[in-house]
Design a binder for this molecule. Structure first.
Ligand code: GDP
Ligand code: GDP
Length: 438
């Protein structure tokens, strides 16, 4: 199920990162073997009450000149309008109402997206409240006072944010067409791939990085079945600043991946697999999405009988956190093996929605435990009483254990492998939750 996206927009120094960090401070899951993804906190998962959402910080760098600030804010706001379900517009009671705030507020208002106006640095509600009223002038609703540093007003802010979430997140799930996000660095051939699959040249392809249009969905029929491709190639913003471009493309990728069943990570065979590929792959992995790694431009490299093998090993090595990913070698130029994408997508979706009966699961568990003892610590051994699958997409298993402290990821990985030996779960991550049973 796709989670709502909440974007934070606001001038430099109003406190966006501070808010971001305190909202995700504890909840951010450090996936140790996912490189890069959790270190730069452009996005993070937040849970408030019974609602989970993805929080995006649209603001990154801080230009010094006033007119750059305004144009940067407009870009941020546009990104938020394009990708978010709810926008938090952040202002600063200490700096007061600034001209650029009003201009951005106009833009947000015209977008008809839900906007929550928040006024930060209200460290003392009694004393500073009168200054907050000024922000009513923005005409985008009631200003919510907060202090990100002192963690004041955050509950009220979050209450207001989640009020705007779609009532029934399930209604959009009625659409059971496979959704495929095509992700990857600029210039790896994402647009070319979608073009070739479409068979018509409806998408602009260019060899200048970041010049194609914004993400749109493309529906492609194959064997009388519809497949929805979510393309992230487009980057309308032609920022000259590399960090900014990268931030925008990560935000886009997060938004596209959030909506997909399967992500196709396109890699450029002529460049090999890089850390940046790993970072993008991590977005799909963290979200529990199915993954196909498509090594593109396979036509353009010299090959012998070992090339595929060597390439596969390099991918397994660089993307070691997703051993489940399906790897294929394609050419968007010649169309080589492209038809296989549909088969693979269907197969991965079957696997990510598969439910294993508890009885069968526990037969595997009993056998696995008999073959390899669970870890122990200070004379106490981990006992796994039983396990059961609690959800799909990604398949998630709860293991009932005697003591959570005794669990170890390497043993969980072992159990995971045993389950995969029997059922595959091809192309999809699986998750384990340990629960103590007294
Ligand atoms: P960003 O540029 O919008 O991400 O802003 P930062 O989160 O980096 O914050 C800018 C400055 O404002 C930092 O020095 C923060 O410590 C400070 N700041 C953030 N939140 C508060 C707050 O609630 N009260 C006060 N007094 N200062 C804050
Ligand atoms: P995007 O930025 O990921 O959407 O990449 P594009 O689709 O715009 O492709 C970038 C460049 O790579 C263009 O010059 C394409 O013609 C070229 N390209 C894309 N796919 C292939 C391929 O399979 N083989 C070769 N040789 N070139 C390709």
């Amino acid at each position: 199920m796709s989670k709502p996206i909440v974007a934070v927009v606001g001038r430099p120094n109003v406190g966006k990162s501070t808010l971001f960090n305190c909202l995700c401070g504890q909840q951010i899951s450090i996936v140790k073997d996912t490189p890069g993804v959790t270190r730069d906190r452009i996005y993070a998962e937040v849970t408030w009450l019974d609602k989970s959402f993805t929080l995006i910080d649209t603001g990154g760098i801080e230009p010094d000149s006033k007119d750059i600030i305004l144009s940067q804010m407009r870009e941020q706001a546009q990104i938020a309008i394009d990708t978010a379900d709810v926008i938090v517009f952040m202002t600063d009671v200490k700096q007061g109402l600034v001209d650029s705030d009003a201009k951005v507020a106009d833009m947000l208002r015209r977008s008809h997206k839900p906007v929550v106006l928040c006024v930060n640095k209200v460290d003392n509600f009694d004393k500073l409240m009168p200054d907050v009223y000024e922000f009513y002038n923005l005409g985008i609703g009631d200003p919510m006072p907060i202090s990100a540093i002192s963690k004041l007003g955050l509950g009220d802010l979050l209450d207001e944010v989640i009020k705007h979430f779609p009532e029934d997140a399930d209604t959009e799930e009625e659409d059971d067409r496979p959704k495929i996000a095509v992700i990857g660095k600029p210039n790896v051939g994402k647009s070319s791939l979608i073009n070739k699959l479409m068979g018509k040249n409806r998408v602009i392809v260019s060899n200048i990085a970041g010049t194609t249009r914004d993400a749109i969905d493309t529906v492609i029929k194959y064997n009388k079945k519809d497949y929805v491709f979510i393309d992230t190639a487009g980057l309308r913003r032609k920022s000259k600043i590399k960090e900014e471009l990268e931030r925008f493309s990560i935000i886009r990728t997060v938004a596209a991946v959030e909506r997909c069943d399967v992500a196709i990570l396109v890699i450029d065979a002529t460049e090999g697999v890089t850390e940046q590929d790993a970072k993008i792959a991590g977005i799909a992995h963290e979200r529990g999405k199915g993954v196909i790694i498509a090594v593109n431009k396979w036509d353009a490299i010299e090959k012998n009988d070992k090339t595929i093998y060597e390439f596969t090993n390099k991918i397994k090595d660089t993307l070691s956190f997703m051993p489940y990913a399906e790897i294929m070698f394609i050419s968007a130029l010649t169309g080589q093996r492209l038809a296989k994408i549909y088969e693979l997508v269907d197969e991965i979706i079957d696997h990510q929605t598969m439910r294993i009966p508890t009885g069968v699961l526990n037969e595997i568990l009993t056998e696995a435990v008999a073959m390899k003892q669970p870890p122990s610590d200070k004379g106490k051994r981990l006992k796994i009483y039983y396990m059961t699958q609690v959800s799909v997409k990604p398949p998630t298993f709860v293991m009932f254990v005697n003591d959570k402290e005794l669990t170890h990821f390497s043993y969980t990985r072992y159990i995971e492998n045993k389950i995969r030996e029997s059922f595959g779960f091809r192309g999809t991550p699986v998750r384990f939750i340990n629960r103590e049973r007294k």
